[in-house]
Design a protein around this ligand. Structure first.
Ligand code: APR
Ligand code: PHB
Length: 389
């Protein structure tokens, strides 16, 4: 088989890239190691920047997002027993949309199926070849037989644990990484959200976040030690811990219920440079990871594939390779700013095991500054709604 762009991975990055390419008349195939049900079963964040909403519109998959997504004009910071409102829209003139990553993925999968664009799910032993020359290819095993796809380019959208980044010789790339000494325990429940906006809470027991998927479905997180096991957290223990970290106004409005899903995610900052090696392009989590505090993971994946699809369009329509040549540098500009913001939000709001009395006072002074100064609030708002593409 032959195609123009072979995409590895059917997460949001791979599916969105596929849809943008199909719309631009560029042949593509997606090769994914898991089943569609498995991909849809992963619960991830759900805050979309306007750049991401624009990309989904361009891909022709924003119908349900506009009907069901919740537009949020602000967020709240809770600490010292009080809740402080950050009015994103008043400060920076833009807002964010709350729409689960699972729903984004489902909409993209539905569109791909409707277009009849080829997708191979449950592909085993996926490997990429020849991207340092002019005839790249992808091989995989499916139903006991080996298959080979010859292509012009390979898009590595196979997430942090994928094989594309690792297929590049270690000497050709540089890795920057920070692993945080804690994780997030998340719980999804069919209960009304505690507030109209997301509440980011900093408390001496640790960070907590009150988020939502809809007006009836809530997503909550508490910071836990990296060594914690989800089996040790009953729903009751979770709710008690969450409530203890919220200001009284928020805590008293909390509606609890049985969990639908509960899991622990580690927190990591990670960038692998560059994002292009010959005819292999990395996008999304395959190239970079942010801690979830700034809600940037999905949004960075979307801006990467927007730049990549523009590069492919220029290459195929006008034989102009400048977009592909500049892809890595263009993405990394935005990636590093989002890395900085996610690291800053994480440092501002979490309890670090080694924090001394001075660092705790610094953290408190910074929170007071962020909520008390319009200039500081605006810096938060500008980054939270997403820097310009
Ligand atoms: N071969 C084929 N597919 C693979 C392979 C492989 N060897 N390894 C991984 N994959 C698939 C995974 O099963 C997954 O479906 O690649 C996909 C990668 O998807 P994501 O991990 O969701 O990464 P990405 O599409 O970049 O999305 C970024 O998702 O993880 C969140 O926080 C992240 O919100 C961000 C967004
Ligand atoms: C979520 O809803 O899962 C979520 C929201 C905001 C974040 C992180 C996660 O910063």
């Amino acid at each position: 088989m032959r195609t123009q762009v072979a995409i590895i991975g059917a997460g949001p990055a791979g599916l969105l890239l596929g849809q943008l390419l199909t719309r631009a008349g560029i042949d593509n195939i997606i090769i994914e190691q898991r089943s569609p049900e498995y991909v849809l079963g992963r619960i991830r964040a759900g805050i979309l920047e306007s750049v991401t909403v624009d990309a989904l519109e361009r891909a022709g998959v924003a119908g349900r997002l506009h009907a069901e997504g919740l537009v949020h004009h602000g967020i709240a910071l809770s600490y010292g027993g009080q809740r402080h409102h950050i009015d994103l829209h008043a400060l920076i003139g833009r807002s964010v949309t709350v729409y689960g990553q699972t729903e984004v993925t489902r909409d993209l999968m539905d569109a791909r199926r409707a277009d009849d664009t080829p997708t191979v799910y449950e592909a085993q032993e996926v490997s990429v070849h020849g991207f340092d020359g002019s005839t790249p290819s992808v091989r995989y095993r499916k139903d006991g037989a080996m298959h080979e796809v010859a292509c012009d380019y390979i898009a590595g959208c196979d997430g942090f644990h994928g094989i594309c980044r690792e297929s590049v010789p270690a000497a050709a790339r540089q890795v920057f990484e920070r692993v945080y000494p804690f994780g997030w325990l998340g719980l999804l429940s069919e209960t009304p959200p505690v507030a109209d906006e997301l509440v980011y809470a900093s408390h001496e027991r640790g960070f907590a976040l009150c988020s939502m998927r809809s007006r009836h479905r809530s997503r909550y997180y508490v910071q836990v030690a990296a060594s914690e096991r989800v089996e040790d957290w009953s729903d009751e223990r979770f709710w008690q811990e969450l409530r203890s970290r919220l200001d009284p106004q928020t805590a008293s409005a909390l509606v609890t219920g049985p969990s639908i899903e509960k899991s622990i995610a580690p927190l990591r900052s990670f960038v692998s440079e560059p994002m292009r090696f010959g005819r292999l392009f990395l996008a999304g989590d395959a190239a970079h990871i942010v801690p979830p505090t700034g809600a940037k993971g999905l949004n960075l994946a979307a801006s990467d594939v927007l730049a990549l699809s523009e590069g492919f369009e220029a290459r195929y329509r006008r034989a102009d390779a400048s977009g592909l040549d500049g892809y890595s540098a263009r993405c990394l500009q935005r990636v590093w700013k989002a890395e900085r913001f996610s690291w800053w939000m994480t440092s501002l709001l979490h309890r670090f095991p080694d924090a001394d009395a001075f660092s705790l006072r610094m953290q408190r002074a910074e929170l007071d500054y962020v909520v008390g100064s319009e200039a500081a609030s605006r810096v938060l708002a500008e980054n939270y709604v997403g820097l310009p593409y």
